[in-house]
Design a protein around this ligand. Structure first.
Ligand code: BV8
Ligand code: ZN
Length: 232
């Protein structure tokens, strides 16, 4: 019997905390407030219907911030990209973040379950376009002329690739949640799926998140210290 070394299947979930040291504010740090609106109010389809200019302004501001030269991937993003190389196709990275720092650090097998800041989607034919500059309500789809919206999953909308995510959770040996407060579902429930699959579940965070008791292991500290250490 060839003694093939066992390569574990790893699923990683990241949240806003992994991008904090790159200079992108987390949701809890801004305590969910933006221009005296709660994020849950502006980041909703109803909020967009009510006041598309306000919501476009919210995303234009974050798009501009993300493209400033000082916003760079940090050691935690790079450690995950290196781990993906080492695990040769046995690592799936799911991010709740809408920034592009994981891609810029080299991660390939990546799902943006809450969408991407640097993309827009046609409200009529669902075509998706890369988008670097400000979007206004007068921008239209090149294919069908439909109006465009941020390619972002708002509260009350279904996150992307949920089937692929649940399949990976049911087959994983390790589930590692990094920099997420465990407030937002369905992402906050992934640890239970992984526990159900008898995976080793690990929380790497600045402080205990809401789902702390569901994790079998936990290491606290800044992501740029804890993640490279854990992924060694
Ligand atoms: C859905 C895009 C159903 C927008 C986002 C009542 C109870 C339970 C659930 C619900 C409920 N009412 C409504 C719901 C469902 C709702 C939800 O969960 N609401 C919450 C607020 C209660 N969820 C949804 O609506 C989801 N959709 O349920 O659909 C459905 C079913 C069928 C058919 C149709 C629909 C959609 C949710 C997606 C919303 N969109 N993002 C945008 O970005 O503008 S969520 C948004 O929140 C971001 O993605 C972000 O990632 C997330 C915030 O969470 P975190 O990433 O965890 O960030 P946070 O700031 O909270 O935490 C940061 C952590 O990092 C902290 O723990 C901190 O300690 C740590 N940290 C800080 N610095 C560091 C660090 N760690 C390490 N190092 C550091 N340096
Ligand atoms: Zn279109």
């Amino acid at each position: 019997m060839t003694n093939r070394t066992f390569t574990p299947k790893v699923v990683v979930l990241t949240g806003a905390g992994i991008s904090a040291e790159s200079g992108i504010r987390t949701f809890r740090a801004s305590d969910g407030l933006w221009e005296e609106h709660r994020i849950e109010d502006v980041a909703t389809p109803e909020g967009f219907q009510r006041n598309p200019e306000l919501v476009q302004r919210f995303y234009n501001q974050r798009r501009q911030q993300l493209q400033q030269s000082e916003i760079q991937p940090n050691a935690a993003h790079y450690a995950l990209a290196e781990l993906e190389q080492k695990l040769a196709g046995n690592l799936l990275l799911i991010t709740q973040n809408v920034d592009n720092l994981h891609e810029r650090a080299g991660s390939k097998n990546l799902i943006h379950m809450h969408g991407e800041l640097l993309k827009v989607r046609c409200q009529h034919c669902a075509s998706i376009y890369p988008w670097q500059q400000d979007i206004t309500t007068s921008d239209h789809c090149a294919k069908c002329g439909g109006s465009l919206r941020p390619h972002i999953v708002w509260f009350g909308e279904m996150p992307f690739e949920m089937q692929r995510i649940y399949q990976a959770l049911q087959q994983c040996d390790y589930f590692i949640a990094i920099g997420t407060s465990g407030n937002v579902y369905p992402a906050a429930g992934f640890v239970e799926e992984a526990n159900f699959a008898n995976a080793t579940t690990v929380e790497l965070n600045l402080e205990p998140g809401k789902g702390r008791s569901a994790f079998k292991q936990a290491y606290y500290g800044a992501a740029t210290e804890v993640v490279p250490e854990y992924c060694r």
